[in-house]
Design a protein around this ligand. Structure first.
Ligand SMILES: O=C(O)c1ccccc1NCC(=O)[C@H](O)[C@H](O)COP(=O)(O)O
Length: 255
């Protein structure tokens, strides 16, 4: 029995075969959205990427009753700088339709948060209106990551390149990633530790690289901790999805 990431990737291979058998319209949203990179670069505060996350492998159901457009609007009105939408169905109970609805509702960059292993998923994300896609270093060999990164950029998308250790960080740097996400969650054990951001962010020497600290960020102290470690932004799901006062919870994270 493999890790949860192995199981997710097995599922993605099946999904990709299905997608390839369907026609894909190669167009996307025509909205004029400020790129995530520019937003991060221009801010001297911690930018919050607020996530639409119904459920997860580590936590089970988080907030399955939420309506993505309403939640995304609330995030935008509360000061989020981008919206992440988990579009994986089997493990996170998300859909690509969620992303389409969010795109129609907000003026912020929208991140397609999925496990991308093939160009056809990038086409689908773009067609649904995503501005940013996620590439996870742990998911693929370096040359495939490079090919997908190049394809996404040539399609007019931004890439959030996710790493969890030094080897993955080197891969991100060698393919010229402009936005690096440091995942505090170990995808094998599900343990989250903000020390991962502290350790890896200090090794990023290029001031043009924007750093996002991902997972396990809950409090104002957590936000301050990763900001001091060098993060330009944070990706927050569970805390915001569970909150019954999103404006207040989000404001606590803008430091
Ligand atoms: O959240 C999980 O359990 C998970 C398990 C396996 C792969 C990915 C997983 N999460 C995706 C994410 O990156 C998070 O949704 C995101 O960083 C927000 O994390 P959090 O604020 O802790 O909900």
């Amino acid at each position: 029995m493999g890790t949860i990431l192995d199981r997710i990737l097995d599922q993605k291979r099946k999904e990709v075969e299905l997608l390839k058998s369907q026609p894909v319209i190669k167009s996307g949203s025509t909205k004029n959205i400020t790129p995530l990179y520019d937003t991060l670069r221009q801010s001297n505060q911690l930018s919050v990427i607020a996530e639409i996350k119904r459920a997860s492998p580590s936590k089970g159901d988080i907030n399955v009753g939420m309506e993505p457009p309403e939640q995304a609007k609330l995030y935008e009105q509360s000061g989020a700088k981008a919206i992440s939408v988990l579009t994986d169905q089997p493990f996170f109970k998300g859909t690509i339709e969620d992303l389409k609805q969010v795109r129609e509702t907000v003026q912020l960059p929208v991140l397609c948060k999925d496990f991308i292993i093939d160009q056809v998923q990038i086409d689908r994300a773009k067609q649904a209106g995503a501005n940013v896609i996620l590439l996870i270093a742990a998911a693929l060999p370096e040359e495939q990551l490079k090919a997908l990164n190049d394809y996404a950029i040539s399609s007019g998308l931004e890439v959030l390149f996710e790493v969890h250790n030094e080897v993955e960080l080197k891969a991100a740097e060698s393919l010229g990633a402009k936005i690096i996400g440091i995942n505090n969650r170990d995808l094998k054990t599900f343990k989250t530790d903000l020390a991962v951001t502290e350790r890896l962010a200090s090794q990023i020497q290029n001031p043009d690289v924007m750093v996002i600290s991902e997972s396990g960020i809950k409090t104002n102290e957590d936000a301050k901790r990763v900001f001091q470690a060098g993060a330009n932004g944070i990706l927050v799901g569970e805390t915001l999805m569970k909150s019954n006062n999103v404006p207040d919870a989000l404001q606590q994270l803008i430091v």
